[in-house]
Design a binder for this molecule. Structure first.
Ligand code: SF4
Ligand code: SF4
Length: 306
C-alpha cells in the first residue's frame, strides 16, 4: 500500500470509530509554539497548574515522547449534548455531562492503533488524551482540523468547538495535512463575554484567571475578589464557547456514554446546594467531575451562593 492509501485507510477507520475528524502532521519540533509556551509560563498564566512546567521539551517535540515517531494523528470527538441542565441550576461544562472522556477516547484510540497494526503491519505508537505532555490544540491546528480562536480553543466553521482532541503518535510516515485559515476576523465576542477578563488579549488566556481553573484545578480557596463573577458555573465554564458565532453550527454527539445521568439535568440550584455525597457518587459515577471530589464541588457551590 502507498503512503496515501495508508492515510486514507486510517482516516476512514477514524470516522467509523465515531471521530468527527482526523488530521495528520509530521512529528517534529513545534517551532512556532515554543516561544508562546515559554512566555505563557513565564507570566505565570498556569497558576497552580505546575505540571504545565514539566516536560517542556517533550511538549514541543513528539519524537522525544515516542521514539522513532514520524506522524501525529489528531482526532476530534464531539461532545455537544442534545439535552441541557435546567435553567435554574449551577452549571457544569458540557464536556463533563457524561462518562469521563479519558476512558471513552482511550478505547477508541486503542482500536485505531490495532487497526493500523492489523492492516499496515509493525507500527509502534502511543495514544494521548489530555493526559501527557502533548500540545493537542497546536497539533490539531497544524493538521488542518480547525484554527485556534481568540479564546484559545480549536474551532471550525463546520462544527464550532465543542469536541475533545486526542492524538496517536506513531512511527509510520503518512501524507500530511495543512493548517486552515483563521476565521475569527474582527469578532471579539469571547473576549467581551469572559466575566473574569481571563482572555487578556486575542489568543492569550491567562489560565490562572479562568473559571475552569478556579473550579477544577485550584486546591485552595477561590480568591474572594472573584465573588459574583462566575455566572453560576460550578465546574468548568463554557461562556467563551457559548457566545462564539461558529458554535451555532454545533451538532449533538451520538456517543451514548456522554449522555448525563437523568437526575443531573433536572437538578435545580436548591438541589445542588443540598447535594449529599451519596447523590454526588450516583450522579457523577465515572464522570470527570470526580476530579474535584465531593468536597471540591461543595466548595464551588458555596462560593456561588449569594
Ligand atoms: S472559560 Fe470562562 S473564564 Fe475561562 S476564558 Fe472562557 S469565558 Fe473566560
Ligand atoms: S467568539 Fe469570535 S473571536 Fe472568539 S473564537 Fe469565536 S469567532 Fe473567534
Amino acid at each position: 500500500m502507498s503512503k496515501q492509501k495508508y492515510t486514507d485507510a486510517i482516516k476512514a477507520e477514524a470516522k467509523r470509530l465515531g471521530f468527527l475528524s482526523c488530521g495528520i502532521s509530521k512529528a517534529e519540533f513545534l517551532e512556532e509554539e515554543a516561544p508562546r509556551l515559554e512566555a505563557w509560563l513565564k507570566n505565570n498564566m498556569n497558576g497552580e497548574m505546575r505540571y504545565m512546567e514539566n516536560h517542556f521539551d517533550k511538549r514541543l517535540d513528539p519524537t522525544l515522547l515516542v521514539e522513532g515517531s514520524k506522524s501525529v494523528v489528531s482526532l476530534l470527538l464531539n461532545y455537544y449534548p442534545s439535552e441541557f441542565q435546567s435553567e435554574d441550576a449551577y452549571k457544569l461544562s458540557k464536556y463533563a455531562y457524561g462518562t469521563d472522556y479519558h476512558f471513552v477516547i482511550k478505547d477508541k484510540l486503542k482500536s485505531l492503533l490495532h487497526f493500523i497494526q492489523d492492516e499496515i503491519g509493525d507500527v509502534n505508537g502511543r495514544a494521548f488524551v489530555d493526559s501527557a505532555p502533548v500540545l493537542d490544540k497546536a497539533w490539531a491546528a497544524k493538521s488542518g482540523l480547525g484554527w485556534i480562536g481568540k479564546h484559545s480553543n480549536l474551532l471550525t466553521q463546520q462544527v464550532g468547538s465543542f469536541y475533545f482532541i486526542a492524538e496517536l503518535i506513531i512511527d509510520l510516515e503518512l501524507e500530511y495535512d495543512r493548517p486552515v485559515t483563521d476565521h475569527c476576523g474582527t469578532c471579539t465576542a469571547c473576549i467581551d463575554a469572559c466575566p473574569t477578563e481571563a482572555i487578556t488579549e486575542p489568543y492569550i488566556v491567562d489560565g490562572s484567571k479562568c473559571i475552569s481553573y478556579f473550579t477544577i484545578e485550584l486546591k485552595e480557596n477561590i480568591p474572594t475578589e472573584f465573588k459574583g463573577q462566575f455566572n453560576d458555573w460550578m465546574f468548568g465554564c463554557d461562556i467563551c464557547q457559548d457566545v462564539c458565532p461558529w458554535n451555532r453550527f454545533s451538532k449533538s454527539h451520538d456517543e451514548p456514554l456522554f449522555n448525563p445521568h437523568p437526575e443531573l439535568l433536572s437538578m435545580t440550584k436548591k438541589d445542588w446546594e443540598e447535594i449529599t455525597e451519596d447523590t454526588f457518587k450516583k450522579v457523577f459515577k465515572k464522570s470527570p467531575v470526580k476530579r474535584t471530589k465531593f468536597k471540591g464541588l461543595a466548595r464551588n457551590i458555596e462560593f456561588l451562593k449569594d
